[in-house]
Design a binder for this molecule. Structure first.
Ligand code: GDP
Ligand code: IMO
Ligand code: MG
Length: 429
């Protein structure tokens, strides 16, 4: 079957956007299955740089329809702005389809996100404050508003009034200013006019395409360790970035999954709070941040940096069922005398190579590192594995061996062309 799921292996920002763009070229549909505009994907195409938050980067290809799946929470203002920017930059309309079952983010979700972060005082989660968690809370509480209701003016008005009256009861009990439903309705009716033409039965359309044998690329935002169930709870997002999220978030039957590509950078990064065993609080971490330009696409925050954690990566490979791995940003590690790989942790005085699901244990985990010789060569012109310096080859081989997952691709720069294809048949059949 011609399906491929692209999953962030660790804490997001692994360069999924670049790979989705690369493989979007041969896909008929590129379906995003979770999250909202908390994501930020930077894609370089020649002299142009696109920053996507909601729209899958497959939209860059004329033949590919970008689909916003049912598992997403969509901020209409952000979507309208992103579509406008895409059209101005590309000079194209772009093919877009939005699942009527996706949920809508409202201003009260953003206010709640910011207020909850404030209330956490010295221990914030470090959310993107885009209202993602509260939008998923409403969905689970069965008071969320879906795309179908949003694009129907009568239903939008009645649903907003109903939800706002519920929320205002709580706000008033705490002496807070009530939400103005009429202002939201006026603003959202204007967005609905712009978005209505794209809303449809996405699950059915995508399912039929797969059954016709067309290539469909599924894209998870964020990363495995930010998954609400599989991640470092509570330092996680509100959805399922793992491969299973593609099923629940788009109606993709598990039996129709062909390949799962795990994307991981040659080092680890994390934005926001939460355990990060291999984090480097020294000049090496700072050097990785500068060489890799590790500043968030969405919030501009400096990303935390550290050596690649193979214990976490193997765990990610197992729970996502990675059929192969893409190692990105290998070029960033050029010039380091030594490069580190974490192959076990010391937890409570015991050595283990198992990733603990108890966040407290992970917080206490001391990384045990394997230091490997580095390389000085610039990798961005390498087109084959053989052209890589032998130290870089050894680094890649060690990742493959430890994770028991074949490396099918290496990325050595942000451009489409800065890509080494090792085993392309493991990605698309
Ligand atoms: P995503 O959220 O997983 O799509 O990743 P982001 O776009 O947030 O962050 C990845 C960054 O790395 C972007 O600025 C990309 O342009 C850039 N990038 C992608 N691949 C490579 C690579 O192989 N080498 C380098 N140096 N940068 C890359
Ligand atoms: P992409 O798709 C990295 C992080 C936030 C925070 C936590 C919860 O670009 O890889 P949220 O706003 O989702 O409630 O915040 O999740 N986070 C990301 N970190 N890349 C992302 O997306 C992220 N999306 C959310 O920093 O720690
Ligand atoms: Mg990102």
């Amino acid at each position: 079957m011609p399906t491929l799921i692209i999953v962030g292996a660790l804490w997001g920002d692994e360069a999924k956007g670049k790979l989705v763009d690369v493989f979007g070229e041969s896909a008929r549909f590129n379906v995003r299955y979770s999250g909202g505009n908390n994501a930020g994907h930077t894609v370089k195409v020649g002299s142009e740089t696109y920053k996507f938050h909601l729209i899958p980067s497959g939209i860059l290809h004329e033949s590919c329809t970008a689909v916003l799946g049912a598992g997403m929470v969509i901020c209409p203002a952000a979507l309208v702005e992103e579509l406008k920017t895409f059209r101005e930059k590309s000079g194209r309309e772009g093919k877009l389809l939005i699942s009527g079952a996706a949920h809508v983010v409202f201003p009260y979700h953003r206010s709640q996100d910011a207020a909850e972060e404030e209330m956490r005082g010295d221990n914030p989660l470090g959310t993107t404050k885009r209202g993602i968690g509260p939008a998923y809370q409403d969905k689970v509480s069965r008071i969320g508003i879906r795309m179908w209701e949003f694009v129907d003016p009568n239903r939008l008005t009645s649903r907003v009034k109903e939800v706002v009256s519920l929320k205002n009861r709580t706000l008033q009990a705490f002496g807070e200013k009530p939400i103005d439903a009429d202002a939201i309705i006026a603003e959202y009716c204007a967005y609905a006019d712009l978005i209505r033409p794209f809303v449809g039965e996405a699950e059915l359309i995508v399912n039929e395409a797969i059954r016709r044998g067309e290539k469909v690329l599924f894209e998870g935002a964020q990363g495995t360790l930010l998954d609400i169930d599989m991640g470092t709870y509570p330092y996680v997002t509100g959805s399922h970035p793992t491969s299973g999220g593609a099923c629940v978030g788009t109606g993709l039957p598990p039996t129709m999954i062909d390949n799962v590509l795990g994307v991981c950078a040659a080092y680890a990064t994390r934005v926001g709070a939460g355990p990060f065993p291999t984090e480097l609080h020294n000049e090496i971490g700072e050097r990785i941040r500068i060489q890799g330009n590790e500043f968030g696409t969405t919030t501009g925050r400096a990303r935390r940096t550290g050596w690649l954690d193979l214990v976490a990566l193997r765990h990610a490979s197992r729970i996502n069922g990675f059929t192969s791995l893409a190692i990105t940003r290998l070029d960033v590690l050029s010039g380091f005398e030594e490069v580190g790989l974490c192959t076990s942790y010391e937890v409570d005085g015991h050595q283990t190579d198992a990733f603990p699901s108890d966040t407290m244990k992970l917080e206490a985990a001391k990384p045990l590192l394997e230091m490997q010789p580095g390389w000085n060569e610039n990798l961005s012109n390498c087109k084959t594995y053989e052209e890589l310096p032998k130290e870089a080859q050894r680094f890649v081989d060690r990742i493959e061996m430890f994770t028991e997952t074949p490396v099918s691709l290496i990325s050595v720069g942000p451009e489409r062309t800065e890509t080494i294809y090792l085993k392309p048949s493991l990605i698309w059949n």
